[in-house]
Design a protein around this ligand. Structure first.
Ligand code: GDP
Length: 424
């Protein structure tokens, strides 16, 4: 069984929590794109964990965790994450963590370049997490990336680094009199690379063997459809493919077909960073929702932009993911609302539409058209089966299910592992 758990919206849908929940019964958990710009929050009986690079399956005993070739890896950050887990009693070994030899290393100069570029852009900035993600993916496409497998060949790595830095320093000149120094970067690679060498593997071999043995593999995405580099709200996207269709490629077994795609969708909207966000609330209305949902970035601590559930964006998001089913998260957060707004259409240049114009300037002119549903005004966080839910909450779930056009199989009503209901 090959299953992908992916984001339907702008990210931060609660994928980490759903992966932690669903990973029971899976032998292997893979992250297949992105880097430490992700912040997957998992709360379980061992405590609260924020995972940036590691797959959320690291908290399941016995699961094998794979970081695929579609990822970009800041090795200093990864060493920190592994050490922080060890402090909480979760020890990773080469049997429980494997990093693709083809994943690209995110170096300190990528982070620096990200910061310089955001500063250069000023008011026009993308709202990057400033973790170096766009520069490192850019270098990968320019064939200037250093890969995790290079850490196993220190002799040739130094020559590769030297050649790359010669080019990099040429390209960075426009930012001022900067020079990335070879000895410092080499020391950094040595310090963190040496620690990670035991985990570097040909994950295609491992995953193929697991798939061949009929093991269950879960693919964990970062961000959501609307931040996909191709199909999202370009240029306010991330730099990688967030779609389920990329899961097997980014993990290392591109010839395999997924059996199940679970789209994770939040009961309202949130977004981090720049770009059009038609349903954005402001003032006291936004503050109330942000506080109720604790909408502050897991990776950066930034306050998230918040708004009503967006049917137009979510229907597009679920379609592009090819979601067989949906997990609706954070329904409990809406408990305080008297009436719940839902955006059912956009009005663009005076014309009403229910199509999401991804990546087009038209999206910046979209005005939301709202429908209002009755609020449930009661704490639903202890509900564990559909019959426990008040009618208004059930009505909201059914309304969204019909509007988005895919079955909602899970509803999450709290951050902890068992705070959820199975709907069918
Ligand atoms: P991800 O990046 O998609 O994994 O999502 P994040 O971890 O950035 O954001 C989800 C946040 O909401 C985390 O703090 C979770 O602990 C929390 N969370 C997840 N599901 C629920 C839920 O159903 N209710 C509440 N109240 N919090 C939730």
């Amino acid at each position: 069984m090959l299953t992908a758990v992916v984001g339907v919206n702008w990210g931060d849908e609660g994928k980490g929590r759903m992966v932690d929940l669903l990973s029971e019964g899976y032998d292997v958990i893979c992250r297949y794109q992105g880097g430490n710009n992700a912040g997957h929050t998992v709360v379980n009986d061992r405590g609260k964990f924020i995972l940036n690079l590691l797959p959320s399956g690291v908290l399941r005993d016995g699961a094998v965790n794979v970081m695929g070739c579609g990822m970009v890896v800041n090795i200093e950050h990864l060493c920190g994450e592994i050490a922080a887990l060890a402090e909480k009693g979760v020890t990773l070994t080469p049997d429980t963590l494997q990093i693709s030899d083809k994943a690209v290393i995110c170096l300190p100069y990528h982070v620096q370049q990200d910061i310089w570029e955001e500063e250069r852009l000023g008011d026009q900035k993308y709202g990057s997490t400033r973790r170096g993600i766009a520069p490192v993916y850019g270098d990968k496409s320019m064939h200037k990336g250093l890969r995790m497998g290079d850490l196993l060949e220190p002799e040739t790595l130094k020559d590769k680094l030297s050649a790359v830095l010669e080019w990099k320093n040429l390209t960075l000149k426009g930012y001022g009199p900067v020079k990335i120094d070879l000895p410092g970067t080499w020391r950094w690679l040595g310090e963190y690379g040496t620690r990670l060498r035991p985990y570097v593997a040909d994950t295609t071999q491992t995953l193929s063997a697991y798939a061949g043995d009929g093991k269950n593999i879960l693919f964990e995405a970062q961000l959501g459809t609307l931040r996909d580099i191709d199909y999202g709200i370009y240029p306010y996207t991330t730099s990688s493919q967030t779609l389920a269709s990329y899961a097997t490629t980014g993990a290392g077994i591109p010839g395999s077909k997924l059996d199940r795609v679970i789209g994770v969708m939040k009961a309202y909207s949130s977004a981090v960073g720049g770009g059009p966000f038609a349903v954005e609330m402001s003032g006291a209305e936004a503050d109330a929702l942000r506080e109720a949902g604790a909408e502050y970035g897991a990776a950066t601590g930034r306050p998230r932009r918040v708004g009503a559930f967006d049917v137009v964006a979510s229907r597009y998001g679920a379609m592009m993911q090819g979601a067989d089913e949906l997990a609706l998260t954070k329904l409990d957060v809406l408990s305080y609302m008297e009436k719940i707004p839902v955006c059912t259409a956009y009005e663009i240049d005076g014309v009403k539409t229910d199509r999401f114009p991804a990546g087009s300037d038209r999206l910046t002119r979209a005005k939301p058209v709202y429908d209002y549903l009755g609020g449930f005004k009661t704490d639903i966080s202890k509900c564990r089966k559909p019959g426990d839910l008040p009618d208004a909450a059930l009505g909201y779930i059914r309304y969204i299910e019909e509007a988005v056009g895919r079955p909602i199989t899970y509803v999450s009503v709290g951050p902890e592992r068992n705070d959820y209901l199975v709907m069918r």
